[in-house]
Design a protein around this ligand. Structure first.
Ligand SMILES: Nc1ncnc2c1ncn2[C@@H]1O[C@H](COP(=O)(O)OP(=O)(O)OP(=O)(O)O)[C@@H](O)[C@H]1O
Ligand SMILES: [Mg+2]
Length: 282
């Protein structure tokens, strides 16, 4: 794997086309580049194809057309274990059917490094412990995963991805179940990981978080890239109103300088619609 070559791009998607049933395209002509040391946000309404895109980027699904390249090599040519040493995934939902403890679940992140039926080494266990500490779930190590709260389980799944120790992380709404404290803790940690040189792709619904933490964002609409760029370029009144089909209030935050997006109740949405005209969005 050409990970050490600084000229290679960690992850790249070129002209992806995908449909679960071949006649219906869920993604059309989607291209994106995941730079080293950056956080890329994937935005878009429900059903716009964000999770599907992440599944293609991880190799879980294969595109009908187009290619995903990991360090310049087509993903389709690499084995599952090899991919798992490079890409860790935090899915939108994690179902746990077996009675695993949190520690056992985090240790699964070490599986790509173990041969055949080998057991985890002391180093693997230390790595899992460290990941749990970084996620603030070390105290849950012996608890059964099924018995954890939604947010606790989510942080255990994040710890599993950290224990996998990959240069690329793909996360599907990692903060969906988390309270305010843990939301910023997770994104601060993702920022630290990016600064360590990792490449992070995160799906997120919260446009304010995207503006605060992402280096670049891709806005999907009905399976296509509606636009891509810095959060300031993409998260505008015009783009958001058009793609989400609802008026929002967009402002610049005095403290952070990042864009802020506020949902509006109906009277205010109607007021804005009158102000800007039904179709004449500025
Ligand atoms: N396993 C599947 N089989 C068939 N169709 C699917 C499957 N998974 C998703 N779809 C369809 O593909 C489209 C895109 O779904 P996807 O889950 O990628 O959207 P999303 O942007 O992640 O939405 P959300 O914000 O609700 O998570 C939707 O129309 C969905 O119904
Ligand atoms: Mg999704």
């Amino acid at each position: 794997m050409a990970q050490s070559d600084p000229n290679r791009i960690p992850l790249l998607a070129r002209n992806l086309h995908f449909g679960y049933r071949s006649e219906e395209a869920v993604l059309r002509d989607v291209s994106l580049t995941v730079e080293k040391g950056q956080i890329l946000g994937i935005l878009g309404p429900n059903g716009s194809g964000k999770s599907t895109l992440l599944r293609l980027l991880s190799g879980w699904l294969k595109p009908q057309r187009g290619v995903v390249e990991l360090w310049g090599e087509p993903l389709g040519r690499l084995g599952a274990r090899e991919i798992a040493t490079q890409i860790a995934v935090v899915p939108q939902e994690t179902h746990v059917d077996f009675p695993f403890t949190a520690m056992e679940m985090v240790l699964m992140g070490r599986a790509p490094y173990l041969g055949g039926f080998a057991f985890e080494s002391e180093a693997d266990i230390a790595c899992a412990r460290e990941a749990m500490e970084r996620m603030g779930v070390a105290h849950l190590a012996r608890r059964m995963v099924q018995e954890l709260s939604g947010g606790e389980r989510q942080r255990v799944v994040l710890a599993r991805a950290l224990a996998q120790d990959t240069p690329v992380l793909l996360l599907d709404e990692p903060s969906a179940f988390l309270d305010l404290h843990h939301v910023v803790a997770i994104y601060d940690l993702l920022r630290d990981l990016a600064e360590e040189g990792r490449s992070i792709v995160t799906v997120l619904h919260d446009l304010n978080l995207a503006a605060l933490y992402c280096d670049r964002v891709v806005l999907l609409s009905q399976g296509r890239v509606f636009c891509a760029g810095t959060p300031e370029e993409v998260i505008t009144y015009k783009n958001i109103t058009e793609v989400y089909e609802t008026e929002v209030y967009v402002d610049l935050n005095d403290l952070t300088g990042a864009v802020n997006v506020l949902p509006l109740s109906r009277p205010y949405r109607e007021q804005l619609r009158q102000q800007f005209g039904e179709r004449k969005l500025s």
